[in-house]
Structures are given as C-alpha cells and as structure tokens.
Unconditional design. Sequence first.
Length: 193
Amino acid sequence: MSRLLLIGPPGAGKGTQAAKLAEAYGIPAISTGDIFRYNVKNETELGKLAKSFMDRGEYVPDSVTNDLVRDRLSHEDAKSGFLLDGYPRTADQVGELDNILEADGLALDAVIQLTADTDEVVRRLLNRAIEQGRADDTEEVIRRRLEVYEAETAPLISVYAARGLVIMVDGLGAIEEVTARIIEALDARTSAN
Ligand code: ADP
C-alpha cells in the first residue's frame, strides 16, 4: 500500500492517523492543511492568501491547492508513495490528482474514510482550540468547516467507492486502536487483491 488518501470530517483524527500510517508504511504524510498553516506562520504570499479562507472555514481555491500538491508530489520522497491527508477535498481536486498520477502511469491503492459523529468531532475540535489555539477552531468556524465538508468533500467518497477504493474505518476509540484498525483493513485489502 503506497498511494493512499485519508478522507474524513474535521476532527476525525486524520492528522494523528496520517503520522502513524506514514511511519508504518515508510511513506511521507502530506497534509495540505499543515502546509497552509506553515505558510501562514511564516507569512509567505501563499500563507497570506490561504489565511483569508482558512479563518472563515472556507476552502482555499482549487487552483492554488492543486498547484501546491502537484509540486509537493514531484519531490523525490513522494516518488515511491505517499499518504495525502486533506486532499482532494473537491471534485476539481479529484480530477487534478487523477491527472497528476496518470501522467506518470500511477494510480491510488486505497482511500481510507475515517468516520466520526458530529458531536464527537465538535467536542474534539473545541478541545483542540483550548490546547493548540488554532485560529479556525472557534465554534462558529468549526460549524462552517463541517458544512463545507458535507457539501464539498463527503460526496467524493462515492466517487472513489465506485472505483472500489474506499475502506471505511471507525475513528472513535484510542489512537493506537484506530491505527491498528486501519492497518488491518489495508492488509485485508492487499491480501484480497
Ligand atoms: P480540518 O480537516 O481539521 O478542518 P486541515 O488542517 O485539514 O483541517 O485544513 C485546515 C484548512 O486548510 C481548511 O479548512 C481549508 O481552509 C484549508 N485546506 C486544507 N486542505 C485543503 C484542500 N485540499 N483544499 C482547499 N482548502 C484546504
């Protein structure tokens, strides 16, 4: 398993699991949210642009995000595989990722759908607001992020399901338990193929 996507609502634990899976499979975890936050912190041009969207819980425009991912995937460490966390999030981004991979004759191995109910994700995000002080973890912005996720990103799961790529994993429980669940599901898939 070397070309993986992680999809799920804000607060499902994608970032935490992405780090664990990247280690387990020896591939880089690439989080568009982390890359944007790094740029915001360093006040780059990209950061200034991204911040205006992120602070409102809106998605950064596709053209900007697509260029960023295209560039990141061209780096040497992503040649033998990657785990994308938080990309693609729109239908346009799905098309772009297909183009990027097809140009090199590559394809995705699996899409991990991490589930968590709304009450739990809101609770986690409000808790993270206290612990990490992320600018987009206020109650109002959290609500908007969840709406945008439902409208733009949740429908993408059926696109990948139609390709037979989706494995659905319950994101509730201890971090290690969830990681073990994902690895088990990915391994079951590999041996079935
Ligand atoms: P979460 O999934 O918990 O909301 P992320 O760290 O993945 O957090 O993303 C934070 C913000 O970064 C998003 O709300 C959005 O503004 C921006 N962002 C991240 N990934 C994308 C993407 N693929 N397309 C557009 N915007 C993105």
